[in-house]
Design a protein around this ligand. Structure first.
Ligand code: PLP
Length: 333
């Protein structure tokens, strides 16, 4: 299989390939299917995570235009902002981040610990914003202001989710298929958590371009099913168009919104149970906002029989365990 990303600008930020590991104790506890985990929590940059994949392409674009500062946005405990800030340090440019107070009723530590602590260590210029603004518009306005002040500022959307960033998940799609081939695994399903959509869209675009029809189930962490399907589909189409002329069928986008709970970043009982279950069976840390809800979705669909006991299923671990410190109250009892 040739490298479908050979023609794209890219900087090296990731430890890759990330491991594809079996989860025998979790498989046994749930009575099948055979479960695997793709360790994109271990991409290596400042505790790792999925945004590092996207930043290989986004930062290459920023450097090409000669950027001296990147501007981005996220929720207060954004893993994306932390990884962007670390990548900027590694490349010798500055990072300016807007943090939205998106999650209601949080403690004072929530704004100090976990990802925020690391953002500060990377010398990120941080500004907080109230919930509910168009955060990409806010970050674009900051980008324009910096340009008017003479900086060469580069805007990175929330989650790094545009058709450049999503190429990072085309790289994971390609890498995963190579690993499955080498290990002689024939997965019937890939499960991941889906938020700003770039991860899900990139995986779908990658599988599509590589003519692989393994379905990819996205467990939503924020939006209702129909909204998320639309967001993922639109970005997957733009991403795939860079790789193939073949039209992407809308049915490729599968989303389950049954594990969001009350909203983005608000803990659920099933998230806490899933996170503890993975910790205690496999020694792997998930996160409360994304991968914990994603794993709750995988476990829930196995327990309800929506995913049958036969075959192999791969969970894509997208990282985020740093924010566990900001949710200490949920796990310490
Ligand atoms: C951002 C993030 C996701 C979601 O990825 P999107 O590309 O935004 O859909 C999942 N898990 C973690 C840990 C994240 O930080």
């Amino acid at each position: 299989m040739g490298d479908i990303l050979a023609g794209f600008k890219r900087v090296n930020l990731c430890h890759q390939p990330t491991a594809l590991e079996e989860m025998p104790r979790l498989t046994k506890a749930l009575k099948g299917p055979r479960l695997w985990i793709k360790r994109d929590d271990c991409t290596g940059l400042a505790t790792g995570g999925n945004k590092t994949r996207k930043l290989e392409f986004l930062m290459a674009d920023a450097l090409e235009i000669g950027a001296d500062i990147v501007v981005t946005q996220g929720a207060v405990q954004s893993n994306h902002v932390r990884q962007t800030a670390a990548a900027a340090c590694k490349l010798g440019i500055d990072c300016y981040a807007l943090l939205e107070r998106r999650v209601p009723k949080k403690s004072a530590e929530y704004e100090q610990t976990g990802n925020v602590l690391f953002d500060r260590m990377f010398n990120t210029k941080i500004e907080f914003r109230p919930a509910g603004l168009d955060m990409n518009a806010e970050a674009k306005a900051v980008t324009e202001r910096l340009k008017s002040e003479g900086r060469n500022a580069y805007f990175i959307p929330g989650g790094g989710s545009n058709e450049i960033g999503a190429l990072g998940y085309v790289s994971t799609a390609q890498e995963l298929l190579e690993q499955c081939k080498a290990m002689q695994i024939h997965p019937k399903l890939v499960v991941l958590s889906t938020g700003s959509a770039g991860t899900h869209a990139g995986m779908i675009a990658g599988f599509h371009a590589l003519k692989c029809d393994i379905p990819i189930l996205g467990i939503s962490v924020r939006q209702p099913e129909q909204v998320q399907i639309e967001n993922v589909y639109n970005l997957a189409v733009k991403t795939a168009a860079q790789l193939t002329d073949k039209p992407l069928p809308r049915e490729k986008v599968i989303v389950d919104d049954g594990y969001v709970g009350e909203g983005y970043g608000i803990p659920t009982q099933t998230m806490v149970e899933a996170t503890n279950m993975l910790a205690r069976n496999e020694g792997i840390l998930l996160d409360p906002v994304y991968s914990g809800k994603g794993m709750a979705g995988l476990i829930g669909q196995i327990q309800s029989g929506q995913i049958s006991e036969d075959g192999d299923v791969i969970f894509l671990h997208t990282g985020g365990a740093v924010s566990l410190f900001a949710y200490e109250d949920q796990f310490s009892s």
